[in-house]
Design a protein around this ligand. Structure first.
Ligand code: CTP
Length: 391
């Protein structure tokens, strides 16, 4: 890939030649651009030697519009370190140096920033607001990390290490734009089934796996319809449209409405199988010693319904949470619901399942092929699922 590394004026700029070296070693072509202040911390000669290309730093070099030709050349722009200053400028549309002009001109292609600054600057509401704005435009942030800062204190503000930035870029570059003409549906989170005006039947699903899947699909260039049950999670990505629902019936309505226009769907929601037959519109009173009985009726099976609706060329991926005879049960579910893949979540593995940040899965294809993941972050598991089932 052709990567532009843009350097702004923070002390962490001295680590950027190492990042350039790692990117070149990974087979990328690299060109560097730097602000004048960045060149107080790292020299032009170092950057040009390591990248093997001329450095772009002078906005006013005679007769040239290099930020335009450079942005046409680059397939990805990485800004490291990204100071509070560049973050503030770009989020407000200001373009007055080599990097801010590049950033504004670099549309429709992936941008990664590695912020680095003093911890109090990082925590400032202005910086946090600007970061939220940039994330909302789809700019990816790697770091900052917690650690010792140049000013001698410890806190959040250290630039992510070059290895970490390079690994993040590697994970993005296998993905970019492979699904850019596609639309995918993802269901996520729990459902809440109302008992009365203040109570519900729910489950412990956090929605993390489904949100990570939506992010991974969007990173791969797809437009995503994310239909989620109640969760505090949010996703800021220009290609992800989030529809929030509460009950299984609402999720059913939203999912079946969008599925016909999708290339595929991954259903990771923990849908309640049953709901109370009646929902009281007031708060039910205690029933006394004889206890209380709830009549439950079965919810529609969204996955099985989509399996029935599925047209040639559409892919359908379900999840299975099994405790016994895991693989045989999952394979049976795959066939019964007309799926292309089923992702088996085992409750036997510590660190996998509800609420936690990690997961370990086995992806089973219709023809019986198995792919097992190690215990990884839900983001990494999501990438693996997308790579296996969608790409
Ligand atoms: N699912 C769904 N709608 C439901 C129930 C489940 O879309 N009403 C989806 C889940 O999102 C998941 C898959 O079905 O992708 C797994 O469901 P699971 O509850 O494990 O299987 P069931 O078919 O409900 O079978 P059982 O509870 O008997 O194991």
């Amino acid at each position: 890939m052709r990567i532009i590394v843009g350097i702004t004026g923070g002390i962490a700029a001295y680590k950027v030649p190492e990042l350039v070296r790692l990117l070149k070693k990974a087979g990328h072509e690299v060109r560097c651009a730097a602000t004048e202040h960045a060149l107080e911390f790292v020299t032009r000669v170092t950057l040009e030697t390591i990248s093997g290309n001329a450095l772009y730093s002078d906005l006013f070099a005679s007769g040239r519009t290099e930020h335009i030709s450079l942005k046409d050349w680059g397939e990805m722009l990485v800004v490291a370190p990204a100071t509070a200053n560049i973050i503030g400028k770009v989020s407000n549309g200001i373009a007055d140096d080599a990097i801010s002009t590049l950033l504004l001109a670099f549309s429709g292609k992936p941008v990664v920033m590695a912020p680095a600054m003093n911890y109090e600057m990082w925590a400032h509401p202005a910086v946090q607001r600007n970061i939220a704005t940039l994330k909302g435009w789809g700019i990816r942030m790697v770091g900052p990390e917690v650690g010792e800062l140049a000013c001698g204190v410890s806190g959040t503000g250290r630039m992510a290490e070059p290895e970490q930035i390079a690994t993040y870029i590697a994970s993005l570059s296998t993905f970019n734009f492979q699904l850019s003409t596609q639309k995918w549906l993802v269901t996520a989170g729990p459902t809440y089934e109302r008992i009365d005006s203040v109570r519900f039947i729910g489950n412990y699903s956090s929605g993390k796996m489904g949100f990570a899947l939506a992010q991974a699909l969007a990173d791969a260039g797809a437009d995503v319809e994310l239909v989620t049950g109640p969760t505090a999670l949010t996703i800021e990505h220009p290609r992800v449209k989030t529809t929030r629902v509460e009950s299984a019936c609402e999720m059913f309505a939203a999912a079946t409405a969008v599925f016909p226009g999708c290339n595929g769907a991954i259903l990771s929601a923990a849908v309640a199988d049953y709901r109370p037959a009646e929902c009281a519109n007031h708060k039910l009173k205690k029933q006394g010693d004889e206890g209380m009985h709830l009549d439950l009726v079965q919810n529609p099976d969204i996955l099985a319904t989509l399996g029935g609706m599925k047209k040639e060329g559409q892919r359908l991926v379900g999840f299975a949470l099994e405790t016994d005879n895991e693989e045989a049960n999952a394979q049976r579910k795959l066939e019964k619901k007309n799926l292309d893949y089923i992702v088996l979540n085992s409750l036997r593995d510590a660190g996998a399942g509800f609420g936690v940040d990690t997961n370990k899965v086995t992806i089973i294809a219709r023809d019986g092929r198995h792919k097992e993941s190690p215990l990884m972050s839900k983001q990494e598991v999501a990438r693996m699922i997308v790579e296996t089932t969608a790409l």
